[in-house]
Ligand binder design. Structure first.
Ligand code: ZN
Length: 413
């Protein structure tokens, strides 16, 4: 039974990744609802049929449970509707500023985002979970209270320095991502050259990835479209923040390439996939950049991960109190020391609808990344090939056979 499910699910998994890639980068017009429906049919068929007798069968049942909610017809249709801004941006006066336009779109999305949260929550509760966040945490093999504790710890350690940076560079929430480019460099970086140097330094000579540098609304994305078809799409590098994005996407791609395990072990939960990408993103600057650039990238990452820790804590509270979204948004984000002028903007954030209960992984990755970086410097100094070997042996090659708590407890987290 497990083997049947695994074979059929993997076929759909690769197919889904291909359709999603075409949807974002090749203007593909495949219907996402259709592939979602196929996945739903498959997981419905195998519900309660696979006995939990080993790690792979446990993973199969976690995948089945998550997809029974996520690929449910009502959930998937609303999610895919929210993923397409054209459903919300019609007849907006063209003379308005980008932020004014965003505010209008957010207000139009609000009802759908709340409805989607309610649907996900209700369906998770029907299946015996406490809530949708409980379903996702169970799927990702994380403990919600522990995650909240790590987020708060990160915030305690970094908030006051982040506020200094916000003042120094005059950051606003409305222009946050443009403001990150204020941490500048005079060096011009080429993505292919950086990738080549990184791969060589860490001893990853056999690594193969297809990198496309072209503009898209997504800053960067890596995906595995099938056995040995690993791709990265990036915007051109104009800033240190873009350099960090390249390192991040390389982290995903390296992980996909070096997984030795097959089948369901290749279907990575975000708790492994995203965390690992951030670990690589943390380590790459010490291998590739001069001290000044390295420090600036560290500052960019601190700004980002502090904002993200706030975003994640806001979200966990939002699941308890969805009707108070605007007041909560203001309360949480004003911790950054900058006024929140348009709290309605919360609804436009794709981490509230397309990838909910997800964003905390970046902070877990930053926390683990710092620990692993310290461990590398202490034990391997500048012998970067040993960094590469450690990553392959302790993370990449195991795929989902490894549980994230194993990695966290190894570093006393
Ligand atoms: Zn990522």
């Amino acid at each position: 039974m497990l083997e049947q499910f695994e074979a059929q699910y993997m076929e759909l998994h690769w197919h889904y990744n291909q359709i999603l890639w075409n949807h974002y980068f090749n203007e593909g017009h495949d219907d996402l609802n259709q592939i979602d429906e196929k996945i739903y049919q498959l997981v419905s068929h195998f519900k309660d049929k696979i006995k939990n007798k080993n790690r792979k069968s446990l993973i199969a049942n976690l995948i089945i449970a998550k997809n029974l909610v996520e690929k449910d017809k009502d959930v998937s249709r609303l999610r895919n509707k929210l993923d397409e801004w054209n459903n919300y941006n019609q007849s907006i006066p063209s003379h308005l500023s980008i932020n004014e336009k965003k505010e209008i779109i957010a207000k139009r999305m609000r009802q759908d985002v709340l409805h989607l949260m309610e649907l996900r929550n209700r369906k998770s509760i029907d299946m015996g979970y406490k809530s949708y966040p409980d379903l996702i945490m169970t799927h990702d093999e994380l403990d919600l209270q522990k995650v909240i504790c790590l987020l708060k710890k990160y915030l305690d350690a970094n908030l006051s320095y982040t506020k200094e940076l916000i003042k120094k560079y005059n950051f606003c929430l409305d222009t946050w991502f443009q403001d990150l480019n204020k941490l500048k460099t005079n060096i011009s970086y080429q993505p292919y050259e950086l990738t080549k140097r990184f791969i060589q330094s860490l001893g990853f000579q056999s690594f193969r990835v297809n990198i496309d540098v072209k503009p898209s609304k997504i800053l960067g994305m890596a995906s595995n479209l099938g056995e040995n078809d690993i791709r990265i799409n990036l915007n051109a590098i104009h800033s240190l923040s873009d350099v960090s994005t390249l390192f991040h996407e390389l982290g995903h791609a390296l992980y996909y390439y070096y997984i030795e395990e097959k089948g369901l072990y290749q279907v990575l939960p975000p708790s492994l996939d995203e965390v690992t990408a951030v670990i690589v993103e943390t380590i790459a600057p010490i291998v590739l950049l001069h001290e000044e650039e390295m420090n600036k990238i560290e500052d960019i990452r601190t700004l980002e991960h502090t904002r993200i820790a706030i975003s994640a804590l806001f979200e966990f509270e939002l699941w308890n109190n969805p009707q108070h979204a605007e007041a909560l948004y203001k309360q949480y984000y004003e911790q950054l020391g900058i006024p929140v002028k348009t709290p309605s903007i919360w609804a436009i954030d794709s981490f509230r609808s397309i990838d909910p209960v997800y964003i905390h992984h970046y902070v877990l990755g930053a926390t683990l990344g710092d620990e692993i970086k310290g461990f590398f410097i202490k034990h391997y100094q500048h012998d970067y090939k040993l960094y590469g070997k450690w990553l392959v042996k302790n993370i990449f090659q195991k795929g989902r056979k490894m549980r994230i708590p194993e990695l966290l407890s190894r570093f006393n987290l």
